[in-house]
Design a binder for this molecule. Structure first.
Ligand SMILES: *Cc1c(COP(=O)(O)O)cnc(C)c1O
Length: 573
C-alpha cells in the first residue's frame, strides 16, 4: 500500500493535460484528447505507474448541449458541485500574470486502479479568495477562445502546475509529459529554474502531439506573451518557439527529449510538418474495461483472462467465444441503446434494423454529413434496412460545426418524409452517451478528411464491443484494418493508392454506398453467423488498441521506466 508521506517523493512521471475526462460527472473535457487522458490515467493506475497528473478545474465545465426545435445547438452552462468529488488542498501558491500576483489553489481527485494503486490528479483553480473577480474567472470554462484567456489558462497549467507539484513535495519527477502543446509553458518554468540550461530541461520533458494540421497548434502574439509573462520569458524564446508568434508546439518540440504522434500515420504527418525533428509514434488506445459494455464484459470474464492485462489475452481466446453468447450480449447492449434513444428522441428506432452510429466532436474535417451526399442513392440502399444515429457537440464558436448539426436535422426530415428512413441526433454527447452508442450500434462510421484524424479513439471503443468499423483509412484504422481486415471495412483508397489525397466528397460517399449495398447490408441480414464471426475479429483488435499496451509503450520509450526488452508495435503489425 502507498505510504502517504513518501508518496510524492516516489512519483516520477508528471502528466499534464488541458483536459482530463475522468468521468462523465466531471465535465472538464471536450472530446478525444480529454478522454484519452482519462484512459491513460486509468491504465497507469491499473499498472501501478508512479504518475501524478495535473489539469485545470473548470467550475463551469465544458457545456451542456441542447438541440432546439429548429435543430440548432444551444449551449447551457453546466451547474455542478465538485466539492464532494474533489478534496480542496490547503496549499495556495502564487503566480504572476501581467505582473500581478494571482493566487492559485488546487483540488485533488484520485483515480484508483484495479489493485488499489492510485494516481493523484490535481485540478488548478484561480477562483480563490483574495483574487480579483477577473482573475477568479481564469479557470471558469474549458477552451475559452479569447487569446488572452487561453494563454492565461496555459500559463496556469504549465507554470502553475509545475510549481504546485514542487511545493507539494514532488521532488523526484524525472519526466514531465505534455499531453498536447497546451502545457508547454512548463518548459519555460524549468528553463528559468535551470538557469537556461536547455539540456537539463530536455532531459526532463516528453511531448505528445495530437494535431495533424498547422492551424490547430496554439500560437500567441509575442506582445501578448510579453504582457502576460513579463520577465518570465527567456530572451532567446524566438529560437525555441518560432520567430513571428509563440507556437506552443514548437516550444514543446524544442524542449523535449522524446516526442511522439498518436498513430503510425500521424507520426509521419508530424515529421513532415516539422522537418528535422525526431518524432516517434505511440498509437493511442482506450481503457478496455472502462469501455466494454457490461453484457459483453460478463461473457469475456467467463474466460480465464489475465486480470490485469484483460484485453491482451483476448487475442488468443476470442475465437472460442460462443456465437450465441456473443450475439445475446450485443443484442442486450443494442436494446440498452435503443431504450435510451427512445426516451430521448421522438424518432423511434427499430430493434431489428441495422444501426449505424456516428458520434464525435462536430468540426469540419470529420465530415458528419458525408453520408447524406446523395440522398436518393442512400435512400434506395437504406430503405427499411438502415437507421442512423448521430451525436456530438460543436465548439460554441465553431459556426460551421454548428451548421452541420442543423443539416443533420434537415436531412432527417427529408429522409423520413420521403423514404421512411430514420435518422436521430442525440443531445449532449459525453462519455456516458459515448459508451451507450459504441456498445449498442452495429456499425461505427468514420469518414474524416484523410490524415486529419490523428488517431480517432471512438472506433477503438466500438471495436472492443464488437461493432464493425466502416471507416476511411486514417489514424488508428490504417493500423487496425491492416492488422485484421475482417474487423470492418475501408472506405476508399489506402494511403499511397490513387485518389487517396483527393477527399472528393461525392466519390467518397459513393464508396460508402457501394460498401453498404454490396457488403454491409447483405452480411447483416443474410449471413448473421459470419457477421458474428466478424465481431470476434473486431473485439480481438481490443487486445492491441488499449491504453494498457499504450502506457507500457510510454513507460518503455518515453518514460524510461522499463529496462526489459521492448514491447514493440512491430510484433503485431
Ligand atoms: C472517445 C470519445 C471521443 C473521441 O472520439 P474520436 O473518434 O476520436 O473523434 C470524443 N468524445 C467523447 C465523449 C468520447 O468518449
Amino acid at each position: 500500500m502507498q505510504d502517504q508521506k513518501n508518496d510524492a517523493a516516489m512519483r516520477r512521471i508528471a502528466y499534464f493535460s488541458m483536459e482530463i475526462g475522468a468521468h462523465s460527472d466531471i465535465p472538464t473535457y471536450s472530446g478525444g484528447l480529454g478522454v484519452l487522458a482519462g484512459d491513460t490515467i486509468r491504465s497507469a493506475a491499473d499498472l501501478e505507474i508512479p504518475m501524478v497528473a495535473v489539469t485545470l478545474c473548470y467550475d463551469k465545465g465544458y457545456f451542456f448541449q441542447i438541440i432546439n426545435g429548429d435543430g440548432y445547438q444551444v449551449e447551457h452552462e453546466i451547474r455542478w458541485d465538485f466539492s464532494d468529488t474533489f478534496d480542496l488542498l490547503p496549499k495556495i501558491i502564487d503566480l504572476e500574470i501581467q505582473g500581478k500576483k494571482v493566487k492559485l489553489g488546487a483540488w485533488k481527485y484520485e483515480v484508483k486502479g484495479e489493485h488499489g494503486w492510485t494516481i493523484p490528479v490535481y485540478l488548478l483553480d484561480t477562483d480563490v479568495e483574495g483574487n480579483e473577480q477577473w482573475q477568479r474567472n481564469f479557470t471558469h470554462v474549458l477552451y475559452d477562445s479569447t487569446p488572452f484567456q487561453r494563454i492565461v489558462q496555459e500559463v496556469i497549467l504549465g507554470i502553475g502546475g509545475a510549481k504546485l507539484l514542487e511545493e507539494l513535495g514532488y521532488k523526484n519527477i524525472s519526466t514531465y509529459h505534455m499531453n498536447e502543446g497546451h502545457a508547454a509553458f512548463l518548459t519555460l518554468y524549468l528553463f528559468n529554474k535551470f538557469k537556461g540550461d536547455l539540456k537539463r530541461v530536455k532531459e526532463k520533458c516528453v511531448f505528445t502531439t495530437h494535431t495533424p494540421v498547422p492551424a490547430g497548434h496554439d500560437q500567441f502574439d509575442y506582445n501578448l506573451v510579453k504582457d502576460v509573462l513579463r520577465g518570465q520569458t527567456p530572451d532567446e524564446i524566438r529560437k525555441y518557439a518560432g520567430q513571428n508568434d509563440l507556437n506552443m508546439t514548437k516550444l514543446a518540440l524544442s524542449m523535449s527529449r522524446y516526442i511522439n504522434g498518436v498513430s503510425k500515420k500521424h507520426g509521419e504527418v508530424s515529421r513532415n510538418m516539422f522537418p528535422g525533428t525526431k518524432i516517434d509514434y505511440i498509437t493511442n488506445g482506450v481503457h478496455s474495461r472502462f469501455w466494454t459494455n457490461p453484457h459483453l464484459t460478463k461473457v469475456l470474464d467467463s474466460f480465464e483472462t489475465d486480470e490485469i492485462h484483460w484485453a491482451d489475452s483476448w487475442f488468443d481466446k476470442i475465437w472460442k467465444l460462443d456465437a450465441d453468447d456473443l450475439w445475446r450480449a450485443h443484442t442486450k447492449a443494442k436494446y440498452d441503446l435503443l431504450d435510451y434513444e427512445k426516451s430521448n428522441h421522438y424518432v423511434l428506432f427499430d430493434r431489428e434494423i441495422l444501426t449505424i452510429g456516428f458520434a464525435r466532436r462536430f468540426t469540419g474535417y470529420k465530415r458528419a454529413t458525408l453520408i447524406f451526399n446523395d440522398l436518393e442513392k442512400l435512400a434506395k440502399i437504406a430503405e427499411k434496412k438502415i437507421q442512423f444515429l448521430f451525436a456530438g457537440k460543436a465548439h460554441p464558436r465553431d459556426d460551421y460545426g454548428k451548421s452541420l448539426i442543423k443539416m443533420i436535422d434537415d436531412y432527417s426530415e427529408v429522409l423520413w418524409n420521403n423514404y421512411r428512413i430514420k435518422v436521430a441526433f442525440l443531445e449532449n454527447y459525453d462519455m456516458d452517451l459515448a459508451k451507450i452508442m459504441i456498445s449498442g450500434c452495429d456499425v461505427w462510421l468514420n469518414n474524416p478528411i484523410r490524415y486529419r484524424e490523428a488517431s480517432g479513439t471512438s472506433g477503438m471503443k466500438a471495436a472492443h464491443n464488437g461493432l464493425l468499423n466502416l471507416s476511411v483509412l486514417d489514424g488508428w484504422w490504417i493500423e487496425g484494418y491492416k492488422m485484421d481486415p475482417l474487423a470492418g471495412w475501408a472506405i476508399g483508397p489506402a494511403p499511397g493508392e490513387p485518389g487517396c489525397e483527393e477527399n472528393n466528397d461525392r466519390v467518397e460517399a459513393q464508396n460508402i454506398y457501394t460498401l453498404l449495398e454490396k457488403e454491409v447490408i447483405p452480411l447483416y441480414y443474410k449471413n448473421r453467423s459470419e457477421w458474428i464471426n466478424r465481431m470476434r475479429h473486431a473485439i480481438a483488435l481490443g487486445s492491441y488498441f488499449n491504453t494498457h499496451r499504450m502506457i507500457r509503450e510510454y513507460a518503455d520509450k518515453a518514460y524510461n521506466l522499463i529496462e526489459q526488452p521492448r514491447w514493440t508495435t512491430s510484433e503485431l503489425l
